[in-house]
Design a protein around this ligand. Structure first.
Ligand code: OSB
Ligand code: MG
Length: 380
């Protein structure tokens, strides 16, 4: 295919509930959407970045800049025979993984549509429904946390992730574990601890947590290895893994036993597949993380979850956990087994509400192969 036109939209959707992590509170989901058009057909990708550089250095403003000034001018008009060609075309740009992933993933979806295959089939997926959990932010009190966890368990979620930080660790874990002895429970620190906290983190061991996600610094691997050697609970890396090289370092140093895979954080599906295969060969389990995606990114994540080494429940909750109104088909939880059914249609397999996207658009730009010049659409 020849990439004829690439469009960008920036939108913002309010979250149904504020989401507090150790790095801050999010009340809405701002994202950049990429729409690629070729051969009379369009497909969508979603940028995982947020408003501010708190989870990672990626922001939507930066993604917009890198996409419009570099990634789109480098790729529009090019002929692509496989979606991973996008990874090769964008290689001269270092970093900016979430901007690259948004564009690469739209092209994956396009090829799925063109070949009439769901994205899951293109990724070698092996499941029709995938196990999911819910990620619960830090709450104002332990009572409120308990109430919130109880609500999600009642809805059918079999895996609960609690956000943790210093001062919000043992007591909340103890309370939730004693009330829900059988739930799959885990903690995500988003880098809130340091190696000085080893004794504190050792106290988590008796609570049978599935894992401790990203306890230490966002760019660290070696200290996580030192920590894993001293605690029984499995360490999972999220923020620290941006590339196959990071995954290799984690494996070599034994810096954890589990990887949280976010396709945006590793620069797109080409790298996600590479890391998936490396982890599988090394006996590292994985699961699909989330960035509070809209229905476009959520659909992509569901397809990712079908890959063989995604053996643990993902942070891909039902749509009503995030948004009252979404920009694509809604997903619901299969209560009986805490799963979501993966779309079976071609590409992402969801209907995108383009009218709603247009109405939400804070910015809309497009670049075509003919003029190879970016311009704002509408009255900007
Ligand atoms: O660390 O996994 C994380 C959301 C935003 C930024 C970072 C993280 C998260 C989540 C939410 O945990 C996962 C989701 O439900 O999308
Ligand atoms: Mg995380």
């Amino acid at each position: 295919m020849k990439l004829e036109k690439i469009e960008l939209y920036q939108i913002e959707l309010p979250l149904v509930h504020p989401f507090r992590t150790s790095f801050g509170t999010q009340t809405n989901r701002q994202t950049v959407l990429v729409k690629v058009t070729a051969d009379g057909m369009s497909a969508w990708g979603e940028c995982a970045a947020s408003l501010g550089p708190w989870y990672s250095s990626d922001t939507n403003k930066e993604a917009w800049h890198v996409l419009t000034d570099f990634l789109i001018p480098m790729t529009v008009g090019q002929t692509v025979t496989h979606p991973s060609d996008m990874h090769t075309l964008m290689k001269p740009v270092r970093g900016h993984v979430m901007a690259k992933a948004a564009l690469e993933n739209a092209v994956w979806a396009w090829f799925g549509q063109a070949e009439n295959k769901p994205l899951s089939a293109m990724l070698g997926g092996v499941r029709e429904r995938v196990e999911v959990g819910v990620s619960i932010g830090i709450q104002p009190s332990i009572e409120q946390l308990e109430e919130r966890v109880a609500g999600f368990v009642e809805l059918g979620y079999g895996r609960i992730k609690m956000k943790i930080e210093p001062g919000w660790l043992i007591e909340p874990i103890e309370r939730i574990r004693s009330r829900f002895p059988d739930v799959l429970l885990m903690g995500d620190a988003n880098s809130a601890f340091s190696l000085d906290d080893v004794d504190l983190l050792k106290q988590v061991d008796p609570y049978n947590l599935l894992m401790l996600e990203q306890p230490l610094n966002y760019d660290d691997i070696a200290d996580h290895a030192r920590l894993q050697a001293q605690i029984e609970t499995a360490v999972c890396l999220d923020e620290s893994i941006h590339s196959p090289a990071n995954a290799q370092a984690m494996i070599d140093l034994k810096a954890g036993r589990i990887i949280n895979m976010k396709v945006g954080r590793v620069g797109g599906f080409t790298n996600a597949i590479k890391i998936h295969d490396m982890a599988q060969a090394a006996g590292i389990q994985m699961w699909c993380g989330g960035m509070l995606e809209t229905g476009i990114g959520r659909a992509a994540n569901l397809h990712l979850c079908t890959m063989p080494n995604f053996t643990l429940p993902g942070d891909v909750s039902a749509t009503d956990r995030y948004f009252d109104r979404d920009i694509a088909d809604r997903f619901t939880l299969n209560k009986e087994d805490s799963t979501i059914t993966v779309p079976t249609g071609a590409g992402l397999g969801v209907e995108v509400d383009e009218e709603y996207i247009e109405s939400l658009a804070e910015k809309h730009w497009e670049l075509t192969a003919e003029n190879n010049k970016l311009f704002a659409v509408g009255d900007e």
